[in-house]
Structure formats: C-alpha cells, structure tokens
Design a protein around this ligand. Sequence first.
Ligand SMILES: *Cc1c(COP(=O)(O)O)cnc(C)c1O
Length: 351
Amino acid sequence: MNDDWSPRTRAIAAGRPDGPGEPLNTPIVPASTFLAGGERAYSREDGTPTWAALEEAVGALEGGHATAFASGIATAAAVFDLVPLGAEVALPTFSYAGTRGLADHAERAGRLRVRRIEPADTGAWIAAAGTADVLWLESPTNPTLDLVDLRAVLDAAAGRARVVVDNTFATPLGQRPLSLGADVVVHSATKLIGGHSDLLLGLTVTADAALAGQLRDARIRSGATPGALEAWLALRGLRTLPVRYAEQSRTAARLADLLPEHPAVTRVRYPGLGTMLAFELADAEAADRLCGALRLIRHATSLGGVESLVERRAALAGDAHVPPGLIRFSVGLEDPDDLWHDLRQALDQNA
Ligand SMILES: *Cc1c(COP(=O)(O)O)cnc(C)c1O
C-alpha cells in the first residue's frame, strides 16, 4: 500500500494477493480448520484469508488494524467487553438504538455506569473526557443526523478517556476519526461498506496494535465471527464504496435542497455531506401515508445500500423519542430525478 494513494485508490488496491499466479481477488475460504503447522490453525482464533483481505482493505482506508465481526453490534459488545466492572461509559442521548440498548442492559445488570450526553453538547463531552472511561461517539447520529464536534472532543480526551467513534454513516470517505485521535472506529459494514443490503458484518479499527489484539481476543471469546461469504461480499462492496458514496451524497444534497420547498415538509435534517438524510412531516399519520404512497423508494429498515429506503423511526420501540413524523431516508443510486418525482407525488398526497 503506497502512503500517497487516495482513499479511492486504496479501496481498489488494498487487500489483494500479490504472488504470481494467485487470483486477483482473495477467494471465499469456508474453513473452520487448517492443516497443522501453518500460520492458521482454527478460524475462530486465527481468522481466514477472506477475513484478512477485508480487514486489510478497511484498515488501509481508516488508517489502522481492522478486525471483522459478525455484525456492527458485535463490535460494540467487544468494546464494552474490554472495560472493567463498574466503568463509566458516556454515549449520546439519541444515537443508534442497538448500541444504546446494549449500554442500558449493561447498566441494569450493574456492569457499567452510563452517562448520556446530547450530541451537540461539546462542553458536556469535554467534561466527561476527564471522568468517563469510554466516550462512545456517533456522528452523524442515526436517525436524527446530529453532529458531535469530533475534533474538540478528541482533543480534550487525548491521554484520558478511550474514545470510540461509530463511523457507519460518514464512512472513511467522509471522516477518518483515527487521524483525529480516536482510539477505535467501529462500522456496521451491513450498511454502506457492504452497500447492497445483502449481508451482516461489523469491523473495529484501531491504530494501537495492543488494543487491536485485545479486540481480536474479544472476538475469540464471544465467537462473533463473520461468515466467509459475508466477508467476501463486504470486500466486494468496499471496492465501489468511494464512487457510491460520492454519487449518493450528491443526490442526497440535491434532495435536501428540494424537500424544504414542499409544503408538507416541516423540517429537513442534512448535515451537508453523506448519503443519509431525515425529513419531518406534520405527524405520524402523514409519515405513514408517505411510506405507503412511494412507488420507487422502498419502505424498509436499514440503510446504506444502492436502493433508496425510507422508514418512520418513531414507530420502532428503541426510537420512540424521535419526532413522530420523522422519516429517515437512505439515499441510493437511482436517478435523482426519478427519486424526486416519486417523493413529490407521495408528498402531494399529504399537502
Ligand atoms: C446498523 C447500525 C449499527 C449496528 O449494526 P448491525 O450490523 O445491524 O449489527 C451500529 N451503528 C449504526 C450507526 C448503525 O446504523
């Protein structure tokens, strides 16, 4: 890997075999065990060539050592597994519901103390950097697209709390938190890295080799290992992440400009970059009507694929605090004009 190469080039070039006669792409290796005497013995402990290729490519993009897990949430479980009993974890009041649910559960069980901080309350994050053991940051947040001032919080936390950044929404194309001083980046590769809504997978990335070893050990203990096909598909998806991210972001910015002009839309949340946006209608009924009236954009949970998806998040138990008329919109690769026409005809039914 050449240090000068841009992210777009790294996404193509990293994680490939390079010996004469080897396949250009690392194959799917569905092995639990390997013949004795080599570098790998058992895949849960030693990994597989397929996982290693994906880990090398994601590591090259984020700037650290990557470890692949069975899902995004398994990465959060691994991070929490490393902290001592009674440790304090600070996390956003409103962010991905699964991570908050994991922290809530550990708190109820008496394993962790949890402090909840508004994403934009930089002063509270800076104060927590001096007392908490772990700061768990997510920016932009899922599903309300709030931002944490990563630079300010990471500067304040240097040498103090361990800082983890969930980079699922921004991807390494939008921001590289390790370069700003984060200790660990986590991804749900189920979303943008995979990019095709056909797999579950997560990754941790850290520049600290000892911490990378601890995260790998947490994977061995939990057994939260990725499948061979999933790892292969995630790397295949990663190859096109830069172009998908650029194009889907362009479309998202355009739709974020058009949406406020429609009388049925009361608010648009778009941080100015990225493929995700959210918009609000008057109430839950209007939002449900919109989801039912769309013809091209599909109504489904999850995000980050080539297909545009919408969901009314307040309908889900973990996100009941979200404004009732808020629609999370994962912008795909369809023609932007077709997306806008579909949105407009569905919105017109609410105007
Ligand atoms: C989906 C998601 C996760 C969890 O990932 P899974 O692959 O579903 O386990 C974590 N963080 C964010 C921001 C997500 O959107």
